[in-house]
Design a binder for this molecule. Structure first.
Ligand code: ADP
Length: 378
């Protein structure tokens, strides 16, 4: 099946065409500056994409579209076939994902206009975490905060955690529903997920993707009083928008090391830069803490899995994390860790208590597979 995978943002549309049989990417691209540049709106963007696909696919046509949707709220626990009611439901979740969900809905509506008969599927970033138990997703705040405003842990990166869980089970030769693991998705955004019997039972991101690990430009966990005190005391931080901006875009590795690119941070640390060293120590310490907690939560993980930009590519960062896991009996095979490869591989030492794996993630492949699965189950 040929699936057009769409990631529609407020001013951009990223797309790929995937063949779900051969796993090939037939073509991909990006339309940018929608609204501010030459492309008037999402509908015009999709017409441009339609023209490009006609050229690139040599007479073949796409069978379906799969959309990445950031927020599925409490309703969506799996991918769904899109109709008008689903589009409205995605829009109604806008208060939870104001930058993303309205933009996804624009992309979906534009696609209906360009290809009225093409089946469309929504694949939600939050859906995989709908299996978390309430004691993991509730915050200990007044009940109304949850009931009236939906303030609870949702978790994100679900499509990636789900995909990587499946690949890790395959690699280890265990049925997925028997796999207990901790997955560390470490990109610019980063999250750890506790996998028990193949499903998510806890994850480090929360109500928004700001919680948990130290990320590229996001703070991850801080005492909430830091936020209220910043608002009280720091000039220029009087509004919620200001605080959102600083905590999401000016914090994390960037705040400590001066850059959020892990390659640069490792280089600077090797040259003795104090901020860069501290950033690696902080990020690896925070992650090791989550790994310990989730090892307990899943009743003993069988594997620790690294994925995404940093997880797949930064041997020094993986080493910094695993060095902190001695109490769990986890060790690294340093030469396996140093090898570069695009394949799933084991990097733990022969004496390690559990397997440590590197599994390349592929969210577009996961969206294409999920889209096919929804359409074949119809
Ligand atoms: P996103 O969350 O934007 O999808 P990615 O998963 O692509 O992010 O990860 C991006 C991050 O991966 C970059 O910020 C960079 O720090 C890191 N990265 C990419 N390649 C390497 C590499 N070879 N070595 C170390 N870090 C890398």
């Amino acid at each position: 099946m040929l699936v057009l995978v769409i990631n529609s943002g407020s001013s951009s549309i990223k797309y790929q065409v995937r063949d779900t049989e051969t796993h090939e990417v037939l073509t991909k691209g990006l339309i940018e500056e929608i609204g501010s540049g030459e492309v008037k709106d999402h509908a015009e963007g999709l017409e441009i994409i339609a023209g490009r696909l006609d050229e690139a696919l040599g007479g073949r046509t796409v069978d379906a579209a799969g959309h990445r949707v950031v927020h599925g709220g409490e309703r969506f626990s799996e991918p769904v076939l899109i109709d008008n009611e689903i589009i409205r439901a995605i829009e109604r979740l806008a208060p939870l994902a104001p930058l993303h969900n309205p933009a996804h809905a624009l992309g979906i509506r534009a696609l209906v206009k360009t290809w009225p008969d093409l089946p469309q599927v929504a694949v939600f970033d939050t859906a995989f975490h709908r299996t978390m138990p309430e004691h993991a997703w509730r915050y200990a705040v007044p009940d109304d905060w949850y009931r009236k405003y939906g303030m609870r842990k949702y978790g994100f990166h679900g499509t990636s955690h789900d995909f990587v869980t499946g690949r890790a089970a395959e690699f280890l030769g265990v049925p997925r529903e028997e796999l207990n693991a901790v997955i560390a998705h470490l990109g610019n955004g980063a999250s750890a997920t506790a996998i028990r019997e193949g499903r998510s039972i806890d994850t480090s991101m929360g109500y928004t993707p700001l919680a948990g690990l130290v990320m590229g430009t996001r703070s991850g966990d801080v005492d909430p009083s830091v936020v209220t005190a910043a608002r009280r005391h720091i000039p220029g931080l009087s509004s919620a928008d200001d605080l959102d901006r600083v905590l999401n875009h000016e914090s994390g590795l960037k705040a400590i090391a001066g850059t959020n690119d892990m390659r640069r941070i490792v280089e600077k640390a090797e040259q003795g830069d104090r901020g860069a060293r501290l950033a690696i120590e902080m990020a690896s310490y925070r992650l090791a803490g989550y790994i310990g907690a989730y090892h307990v939560a899943v009743g003993g993980a069988r594997a620790l899995v690294f994925t995404a930009g940093i997880g797949e590519n930064s041997a020094p960062f993986r080493q910094a994390v695993v060095e902190r896991l001695g109490a769990l009996g986890i060790t690294l095979d340093e030469s396996a860790n140093a090898e570069r490869s695009d394949e799933t591989r084991r990097i733990s030492g022969p004496d390690s208590a559990i397997d440590v794996l590197v599994v390349p993630t592929d969210e577009e492949a996961a969206i294409a597979e999920a889209t096919e699965a929804v359409l074949t189950a119809r």
